[in-house]
Design a protein around this ligand. Structure first.
Ligand code: CU
Length: 243
């Protein structure tokens, strides 16, 4: 926005001078164009003016860079268990107070999987996970560790930040802090990843920290129940000689 405002001022001044000159010195009234030599004072001032604008924009950019690469702390009413679980990763972005919720986002043809509570380098076995829809607590700094198990995908929820590639064998990081429970943000894979690339959508549902904890428990139980059912089915099939 700062760049836009500066650009608007420059645009209005330049275009204003152009139209003023077109009108004031139009050929009908000035059949013989006057030949004037450079105006030293004018030339020096617009050179200095342009340089000052550049310096200001560079200063603003560098002062903001930190907030792009370093996530902010979670709010006081955020998820209290976002304790910054120790990971082996040294490049995972962490808020100044070290507390965050890490979610491993795995891209695969053609769906996103979310493992809650760890980065992708840690074995997330036994942890709750979900596909397609991510559930995240409000007012909490959520750091996403992005990876892929097949081809390159790209995580993109426009309202939660820029695109970040999910690459096999390599972690990319991004983060967001959503302010309001009840919001649903939608996005899609932004890297052509195969035949059903267009179907690879993603959704992030923001809930209150309490609802998040409750949802995690429910998800954990549901996964455990399904796993038990599979084991039981397998045992039955094996006993019947069908497997
Ligand atoms: Cu994809």
């Amino acid at each position: 926005m700062i760049v836009l405002y500066v650009a608007i001022v420059v645009f209005v001044v330049v275009e204003g001078a152009l139209f003023y000159s077109l009108f004031k010195f139009r050929a009908k009234k000035n059949p013989h164009a006057s030949q004037i030599h450079g105006n030293t004072r004018l030339e020096i001032s617009w050179t200095i003016g342009a340089a000052v604008i550049l310096v200001v924009l560079a200063a603003v950019t560098f002062s903001k860079l930190h907030s792009i690469t370093t996530p902010p702390n979670s709010d006081a009413d955020g998820l209290s268990t976002a304790q910054g679980v120790l990971t082996a990763s040294v490049d995972e972005p962490t808020p100044p107070n070290g507390k965050k919720l890490t979610i491993c986002v795995t891209g695969r043809q053609y769906i996103w999987r979310y493992t809650y509570g760890v980065g992708c380098k840690t074995n997330g076995f036994g942890l709750p996970y979900s596909y397609e829809e991510m559930v995240a607590p409000a007012n909490t700094t959520v750091v996403l560790d992005l990876q892929s198990v097949d081809v390159i995908h790209s995580w993109w929820i426009p309202q939660l930040g820029g695109k970040a590639d999910a690459v096999p064998g390599y972690s990319n990081y991004t983060w967001f802090k959503a302010p309001k429970a009840g919001e649903v943000y939608i996005g899609q894979c932004a890297e052509l990843c195969g035949r059903n690339h267009a179907d690879m959508t993603a959704r992030v549902r923001i809930v209150s920290p309490a609802d998040y904890t409750a949802w995690l428990d429910k998800q954990r139980t549901a996964i455990q129940t399904s796993d038990n059912n599979v084991v039981r089915l397998r045992t039955t099939l094996r006993a019947d000689g069908d497997m």
